[in-house]
Ligand binder design. Structure first.
Ligand code: DX5
Ligand code: ZN
Length: 227
């Protein structure tokens, strides 16, 4: 089976101490660091740019999973690649040329991911599956941490799982993930779990236990037929 990946979203970290927070979360067992990039246009919030990704890069060796909630994304792909992103995730809804944008990410030598908002159907990624390493299903509307999990996104994961097989593409879920909802997502077919609030709650001394709690439930609830 594909190893489970737990990717803490630093949106819930202490922004005044981000380097320290990244070292702490990597030391606590995170597999990837999930970085939420927001532009105040595609989503109603503004967060991190390539300069910050570059500044954070030396603080951890684990992959940087950069989730672009920006439109257009094309003018910034190279900057995030050069700043140290290992995977670059772009939204289906962010522009008219998804195929071209994904090609660009691959040409930059990075893993490519495609993200679906809650209202976007699984079929929207059918024609780009040859260009992606990961499909991310949003289980909240993007823009903010700490929102309520949208359970209907699980049906979309089931659909995607069937559509993707037998390709080696990860299925990730992002938004409202805690040990309980990670179990639901794992049962539907997700193998990669992004979580902000549930992982950063309680401060650094709780990070390892928070990560382990999600990993344990996800592993237990995983579909037996998962590839
Ligand atoms: C939402 C972001 C998420 C967010 C998750 O726009 O893409 O990565 O940080 O936060 P929680 O886990 O608090 O829902
Ligand atoms: Zn995200």
């Amino acid at each position: 089976m594909t190893p489970l990946v737990i990717a803490p979203s630093i949106l819930s970290a202490d922004f005044a101490r981000l380097g320290e927070e990244i070292r702490a979360i990597a030391g606590a067992g995170a597999d990837w660091i999930h970085i939420d990039v927001m532009d105040g246009h595609f989503v109603p919030n503004i967060t991190i740019g390539p300069l910050m990704v570059r500044a954070l890069r030396p603080h951890a060796k684990i992959p940087f999973d950069v989730h672009l909630m920006i439109a257009p994304c094309d003018p910034y792909l190279a900057a995030f690649a050069e700043a140290g992103a290992d995977s670059i995730l772009i939204h289906v809804e962010a522009g008219p040329h998804l195929h071209r944008s994904l090609q660009t990410i691959r040409e930059l030598g990075k893993k490519a991911g495609v993200v679906l908002n809650p209202a976007t159907p699984a079929s929207s990624v059918q024609n780009v599956l040859d260009l992606v390493d990961l499909v991310l299903v949003m289980s909240v509307n993007p823009g903010f941490g700490g929102q309520t999990f949208i359970a209907s996104a699980m049906e979309k994961i089931v659909e995607l799982k069937a559509m993707i097989a037998p390709r080696a593409i990860r299925i990730a879920v992002d938004g409202g993930i805690n040990p309980e909802t990670a179990g639901l997502a794992a049962a539907a077919g997700a193998d990669t779990f992004v979580a902000g609030t549930a992982i950063f709650k309680g401060g650094p001394e709780h990070y390892a236990a928070n990560i382990a709690a999600i990993r344990t439930t996800a592993a237990r609830m995983r579909r037996r037929d998962a590839a």
